[in-house]
Write a protein that binds this ligand. Sequence first.
Ligand code: 13P
Ligand code: SF4
Length: 310
Amino acid sequence: MTIQDNILQLKKQKNAVILAHFYQIPAIQDIADFVEDSLGLSQKAAATDADIIVFAGVHFMAETAKIINPEKKVLLPDINAGCSLADSCKFEDFKAFKEKYPDHKVISYINCSAEVKTLSDVICTSGNAVDIVNSFTENQPLIFAPDKNLGGYINKISGRNMLLWDGSCKVHDMLNQEAIIHLKLVHTDAKLIAHPECKATILEIADFVGSTAAMMKFIVQDNAKKYIVATETGIVHQMKKAAPEKEFIIASNDETCSCNDCEYMKLNTLEKLLACLENETPEIILPLHIIEKAKIPILRMLEISNNKKK
Ligand code: 13P
Ligand code: SF4
């Protein structure tokens, strides 16, 4: 039996579901039940009737699934799969920052720890950030954490003036405009599509800005044949599957580097996925008081997004 056969057999036997993010390695994407963006994966986690959720993604995503489903077992193939953006916002520092602005409401990007979620009024993802921001009245002062690039982008398109926490994702934040302009000059027929975690200098020259799921939708519906993709490399696998006739060029600063591989996303492997199903570990464990507090802003986000869909 192949490793894939073993995973599928165990998954069935244990009534498990495998949720994978677009940035996972292709072999994991291909065996997953669902491959989606952070919003889609949290919606799938909320809807599942599986007993075990194997989260092929990073720690904050698996934590979110656990918060939504405290009674289920949530496994993360590699417990060290963290996130530089979540790490850029420590609970104590953020608490002190928030206390300086008592009249502000807090919108936290899902890429933050469960502890930071307990300090938030509502969570958002890059897929629903505009809807979440618009759920507040125009005169409500807001804090947006932890991604200054996404927050700055939302400020720009919504005309808000949210206070921004100074955090960023090292994969997206290191992409530089000069290298991308160079790629655009070489591939004059390509459109530039970018994740809003990229710097403003990149977003302002992009033909399309959106979450990973929004980028997927765009490349399927749009009529161009070639795209420069400013995000993590993993997504190209799904893009090629969704639009095999099109060409995708990953926007890196240097052709020789693999700097837009997220080192955390890429910690998960098929071997670790099999081992975690066999041993039911590493498991996400959270104190009940954190789960109870962090659940409120997550459920608020899901409710706003579900109402929007109707
Ligand atoms: P998405 O919500 O667009 O999937 O992004 C998640 C992420 O971690 C981007 O770096
Ligand atoms: Fe975090 Fe960036 Fe990796 Fe996304 S790509 S998980 S934001 S480090």
